[in-house]
Design a binder for this molecule. Sequence first.
Ligand code: SF4
Length: 52
Amino acid sequence: MVPKMEVKCSVDTCHYWKSKYCHADDLEVNPTGDMVAHSSDGTCCTTFRPKK
Ligand code: SF4
């Protein structure tokens, strides 16, 4: 089973952002930099798309 959850987000420059929540159908988050995350700073929302 694939879990579903509300995603709060404050990235208001993203195409999927609306009223403090993410409205993308699904979300992908990946580690950044050396690809081994040790804190939230080492993670990145890959689904982000800039607002037009
Ligand atoms: S895609 Fe990522 S950055 Fe964009 S609203 Fe959703 S969680 Fe925020």
